[in-house]
Design a protein around this ligand. Structure first.
Ligand code: GLU
Length: 285
């Protein structure tokens, strides 16, 4: 692995970039520059139904306009499904993932009326564990039917296996502190979605390892995910990067910027006459 720190910016081409993305990309570029590091770009396009080529082209165009420079080649997740399948195979052999046959409706029915049902850090109800309890014969019979299924992590079993986990959270100026990872907060998370055979969590940890990423700079909205990523890194025997979770850019109403909220995209801002220097000033970089 290179001696120089390796940073990455990893947008998903399921919409156009907004100011929040600009901040994250510019901060990665700045921190990489300050530490003599390298900056890689990864296109997180496993969600083949929602990702669009025009959005991917716009990522390259918007970043170039902002003056962010990244190394080639760009890693496109849709070209690496085999890597994610291999990692899932490791977890399957270790008996740490199980097939889940539940539909969304099955899950809603299982927790119906339970207003106090626990939720994961993204606000989704924790999986009630229905398919974790299937016996081996039933599981094989259902798998033999040949339908595509989701695979879930047996999180409690995995946590028992690895014990306490933490990660190193660094700030600018290299000051770092150790934070406790809490992967249990996610419950039995889906690691292989029925539709695409992988998931955000598994793809990210596999790619960060494949790309030799040492310094992960991303938004605080992914803070809780880091707990799950540390668990997967230990289970898959991958190196532990350092993390910096930056503040999120919020709009005038105090909301995080997002496509669904109709936040202006960088293309909109550019069309309205803003320059890339204006964007840098707007995000304080
Ligand atoms: N693709 C994710 C996003 O656009 C970021 C993933 C990461 O930085 O780990 O929110």
């Amino acid at each position: 692995m290179s001696e120089r720190p390796i940073f990455r910016f990893a947008p998903s081409p399921n919409g156009y970039l907004h100011l929040g993305h600009a901040y994250s990309a510019l901060l990665n570029a700045k921190m990489a520059r300050a530490s003599g590091g390298r900056l890689l770009l990864r296109v997180e396009d496993i969600d083949i139904a929602r990702c669009r080529p025009e959005h991917e082209r716009a990522i390259y165009d918007d970043l170039a306009w902002l003056g962010v420079e990244w190394e080639q080649p760009v890693r496109r997740q849709s070209e690496h499904f085999a890597d994610y399948a291999q990692a899932l195979g490791v977890l399957r052999e270790r008996g740490l993932i199980y097939p889940c046959f539940c539909t969304r409706g099955d899950i809603s029915r299982a927790i119906a009326g339970r207003t106090d049902w626990p939720r994961d850090p993204d606000g989704s109800p924790l999986y009630p564990g229905t398919c974790r309890h299937l016996d081996a014969a039933e599981r094989s019979a259902r798998l033999a039917a040949g339908k595509r299924v989701a695979w879930r992590l047996d999180t409690a079993k995995a946590v028992d296996l690895v014990g306490g986990l933490s990660w190193s959270e660094f700030e600018t100026g290299n000051f770092g502190r150790e934070l406790a990872a809490e992967p249990g907060a996610w419950g039995d998370v889906v690691l292989a979605r029925r539709d695409v055979g992988t998931s955000y969590h598994i793809s990210v940890v596999v790619d960060d390892a494949k790309q030799g990423v040492t310094d992960i700079v991303r938004g605080k909205d992914l803070f809780a995910s880091t707990g799950m990523h540390r668990l997967l890194q230990v289970l898959l025997r991958l190196h532990a990067p350092r993390y910096h979770h930056h503040d999120l850019i919020i709009d005038a109403n105090g909301h995080k910027l997002s496509k669904s909220r109709g936040s202006p995209t960088l293309r909109d801002l550019r069309a309205s006459g803003m320059t890339s220097d204006d964007i840098r000033r707007a995000v304080g970089l």
